[in-house]
Design a protein around this ligand. Structure first.
Ligand SMILES: Nc1nc2c(ncn2[C@@H]2O[C@H](COP(=O)(O)OP(=O)(O)OP(=O)(O)O)[C@@H](O)[C@H]2O)c(=O)[nH]1
Ligand SMILES: [Mg+2]
Length: 377
């Protein structure tokens, strides 16, 4: 029986890193694993990255998972029937909430006995959680994106505290205890997707049978007493984010250029711009696929330094760049900033970017309409 693992969690919390590390670890033990990425737009760094290490990768673009539920169900049926996978890891877009009601529950009901849906897992970045908590303690008004972050925690069946390598054992233990007390209905597991510490336990939590989650009664009990989603706040939060997915070619102005250094300059410029203007950065990521390998870097907070996740790409004659940016600012402002950052990196690293026409959009989240799943799916 196929197992679906639904991964939620805020922008930049480490969902894709988790999905790739976990898929590789599961494949080593003989499991056949497929992964599905999802985004309001197409052209994803995440899909690029996953395809670099895994065979079965599908992208559900052009809408949140709740809107693409029939397509997800079709993918799952195909993976199952064609024998391509026995575990499918699905990453939701990082500004998505309400997945338990709109995706997990309908799939459990529709495929009871034919598919296992693992606990809805919210990947939590402890530094982002600390930042939202500090703002709340200072009695600052809760930002709408903070509300979405909170909803992801409230509805999660498993809270996966990622990036524990950044906070150490003592802080991790305190956070684990706090989340267990604040969210008593969820399991809490600390791990690090990059070091692999705790990953085995996370995989075990996904793959061991959990009848308590599958029964109809449990589904009903889970939502009882839970504050209802304020859809207006949720939609407002999503509509504040300028969303950019842009792909273009970069060539060396002379014989070769350093793709990693070029990408680092683009992201450093954007990070500094966000700090100077006070814009909230959800995640800005940049991948450059080159004949020498992949360069991939991320900025996951306002003013944060770029982190290089793949750096096997220097020096080269050309590369194909994909930038995905999620920043709370007007879309045209993000476009201008990205254009300026690319121009600065081209100048600094003797490169020429071709056809980069940033065109950010707002991901307006319309009210969820229950999706019908095909009777034979
Ligand atoms: N130090 C550390 N960094 C991590 C860990 N997991 C992920 N990261 C880094 O966090 C950044 C964002 O990771 P992603 O996996 O792309 O995050 P995501 O949740 O998929 O992001 P979106 O898809 O944009 O919502 C990357 O630079 C990762 O290398 C971890 O366990 N430790
Ligand atoms: Mg991702």
């Amino acid at each position: 029986m196929i197992t679906l693992v639904p991964l939620s969690g805020f922008l930049g919390s480490g969902k894709t890193t988790t999905l790739i590390s976990a898929a590789i670890a599961m494949q080593r033990t003989g499991r056949r694993v497929a992964v599905v990425t999802n985004d309001p737009g197409a052209g994803l760094v995440d899909t690029n990255l996953a395809r670099g290490g895994l065979d079965e990768v599908a992208e559900l673009a052009g809408g949140c998972l709740c809107r693409r539920l029939p397509d997800l169900a079709a993918l799952l049926a195909d993976a199952d029937m064609a024998g391509k996978a026995d575990v499918v890891l699905v990453e939701a877009s990082g500004s998505c909430a309400d997945l338990r009601n709109t995706v997990v529950r309908p799939l459990r009901e529709r495929y009871r006995g034919r598919m296992t849906v693992a606990p809805l897992t919210a990947v939590v970045d402890p530094l982002r959680l600390a930042a939202f908590t500090r703002a709340a303690e200072r009695c600052e008004p809760e930002p709408d994106l903070g509300y979405v972050f909170g909803r992801q925690l409230v509805e999660a069946e498993l809270l996966a505290i990622n990036k524990t390598d950044l906070i150490g054992d003592e802080r991790t233990a305190k956070l684990e205890a706090r989340l267990a007390a604040d969210y008593p209905r969820a399991a809490v597991l600390p791990y690090s997707a990059t070091t692999g510490v705790g990953l085995e336990e996370l995989i075990r939590a996904w793959t061991r049978p959990n009848p308590a989650l599958e029964s109809q009664g449990a589904q009903v009990r889970a939502v009882r007493g839970e504050p209802k989603l304020d859809f207006t706040r949720y939609a407002d939060a999503e509509s504040q984010v300028a969303w950019l997915n842009e792909a273009f070619r970069v060539t060396a102005a002379e014989s070769a250029f350093d793709a990693v250094a070029w990408a680092k300059t683009v992201l450093r410029q954007l990070s500094e711009w966000s700090a100077a203007a006070g814009y909230f950065v959800g995640h800005i990521k940049l991948a450059v696929r080159t004949p020498a390998g992949l360069a991939k870097l991320s900025v996951t907070d306002t003013g944060a330094p770029p982190q290089a996740d793949r750096a096997a790409a220097r020096p080269v004659e050309y590369g194909y760049a994909t930038i995905n940016a999620r920043v709370v600012c007007p879309p045209s402002t993000l476009d201008d900033a990205v254009r300026a950052a690319i121009a600065a990196a081209d100048k600094a690293h003797r490169a020429t970017s071709h056809g980069a026409r940033p065109s950010s959009f707002r991901s307006a989240h319309r009210r969820y309409q229950p999706q019908r799943l095909a009777a034979t799916g």
